[in-house]
Design a protein around this ligand. Structure first.
Ligand SMILES: Nc1ncnc2c1ncn2[C@@H]1O[C@H](COP(=O)(O)OP(=O)(O)O)[C@@H](O)[C@H]1O
Ligand SMILES: [Mg+2]
Length: 455
């Protein structure tokens, strides 16, 4: 089988292409103008026409560049706007990733509805569902205005023409894995297709100054055709996560060229689509058991927002030689480490015990400030002793059992006060750095021994 050509010869003068070097260009008859260049993955196509990002050709002083603070458009969801850094930015490309069935299409259809209600022209392009299927989902969500347009199409060239013809303000592509460009021979969903189609969409977004949302599926293996290859191409990457069987959903910013990352937005899936959860702490603590051993409340920071969660632990004697440990919502190795600290520094015989740690509500936490609450819930379950349910904990636990300071102590405590907690156990160093008087009993601890003494 013939090997595909890796490089071609181009005429420097007229751009004539040839597979081999020639002395005289057959195109412009110039001599000695051929240079060898690697073959571009795609042939020069229509996409080239929108490759221009701005009309300005000359470099300009940064002080002369103008932009409008109010160029952001509100999506009608405060939770989404916050994750985006204050609303959608014109000319940006936003990737929304997440497992199948998590609610990406629902969220974006709702965003489309909110935007079209505010006289934006919105084009929702689906490569996965038929018009009637989308309409069915639309019925669940509510009524739409006529400025909300639907299109079922997977051919990117057709999509490009349609976008140019209609000149909408916002476009949704659902999903990038189903789209294909005629210029690439590989199948839809393959890395080169996904990369090329995103590239074209980016040129459309920048060239026409419209916002494009792209839906991307994350498969278990993820990497091959998953949206990970796109992450560096787009402006903003949002992940929609949550337990498919629980109703709440977390929208997390992973990359954002126009705002801070690690903000989260909390939604709940209802019959009528997604609803915002404006007070996630209340939501996460809902149904907390009264006076049950093994339950401790932690005060965490997600992005700029404090959030209270309940840490549950169950420690019981192991029946087999090897103790079982599971951790849901927190790092498994972190739980093992904290148990080892308890065993070594306090002398609890935990190595023969099974331990199960869970974050109620299913939130995934990777902030070290949760350590103290994990330790307390483990001890509470091990000793079968209740922790006062008006008590919250935060603090990082080190290997020698010391409790280390964490940032934003004041915001955490304020959130606890707001939700009616009366005692807060925190690192001694964080306590010292507090400036404001807060209406709550504060107990500073230096190490986990001090914390155990409290309960
Ligand atoms: N009638 C309904 N009531 C409540 N939730 C529903 C209903 N119909 C669908 N859903 C939810 O919507 C989800 C599908 O959302 P969808 O936006 O299609 O996901 P994605 O686009 O991420 O694959 C389902 O997993 C289900 O949780
Ligand atoms: Mg979908």
């Amino acid at each position: 089988m013939a090997k595909a050509k890796e490089s071609m010869f181009f005429c420097k003068e007229c751009g004539y292409e040839s597979v081999k070097w020639q002395g005289q260009c057959p195109g412009c008859k110039e001599w000695n103008t051929f240079v060898e260049q690697p073959v571009a993955k795609t042939s020069t196509g229509k996409a080239k026409t929108v490759r221009k990002l701005t009309d300005i050709k000359e470099p300009v002083s940064i002080n002369k560049v103008k932009y409008d603070e109010n160029e952001r458009t509100q999506t009608g969801f405060n939770e989404l706007d916050r994750v985006l850094g204050g609303g959608i930015v014109r000319g940006s490309l936003v990737l929304v990733g997440g497992d199948p069935g998590i609610g990406k299409s629902t969220l974006l259809l709702q965003v489309c509805r909110n935007l079209s209600d505010k006289e934006n022209r919105v084009l929702y392009i689906s490569g996965e569902e038929s018009l009637s299927q989308i309409k069915m989902r639309g019925e669940r969500i509510g009524t739409f205005k006529d400025s909300m347009l639907l299109l079922c199409e997977t051919n990117l060239e057709t999509i490009e023409d349609t976008i140019k013809r209609l000149n909408p303000d916002v476009v949704v592509i659902d999903s990038i894995q189903t789209m294909f460009s005629e210029e690439v021979t590989s199948a839809p969903g393959s890395v080169s297709q996904v990369r090329e189609t995103t590239n074209i969409l980016m040129q459309i977004a920048k060239g026409m100054n419209i916002t494009i949302f792209i839906v991307g599926h994350v498969t278990k293996e993820g990497v091959v055709a998953g949206p990970r290859v796109l992450e560096h191409m787009v402006d903003t990457v949002l992940y929609f996560e949550g337990d498919r069987h629980a109703s709440y959903r977390i929208l997390r910013g992973v990359k954002n060229r126009f705002g801070s990352t690690n903000e989260i937005g909390v939604f709940e899936m209802h019959e009528e689509g997604l609803k915002e959860v404006t007070n996630p702490s209340e939501y996460m603590l809902d149904g907390r058991p009264e006076d049950a051993p093994g339950s401790a409340t932690a005060c965490l920071i997600e992005g700029t927002r404090p959030i209270l969660v309940e840490v549950q632990a169950l420690v019981c004697q192991s029946n087999f030689g090897m103790a079982r440990r599971t951790a849901a919502g927190v790092d498994y190795n972190r739980v093992n480490l904290l148990m080892a600290v308890l065993e070594k520094r306090i002398g609890y015989q935990l190595s023969g015990c099974d331990a199960y740690v869970n974050i109620a509500g299913g939130l995934k936490i990777n902030e070290p400030a949760i350590d103290l609450a994990i330790v307390m819930s483990l001890i509470s379950s091990f000793k079968n002793r209740n922790i006062d349910n008006k008590m919250v904990f935060f603090g990082e636990v080190g290997l020698s059992g010391e409790v280390r300071a964490v940032s934003m102590a004041e915001q955490r405590i304020q959130e606890a006060v707001k939700l009616g907690f009366d005692t807060c156990v925190l690192p001694q160093t964080s306590l010292k750095s507090l400036k404001k008087e807060l209406n709550i009993k504060l107990i500073g601890v230096n190490n986990i021994k001090d914390a155990i003494a409290i309960i």
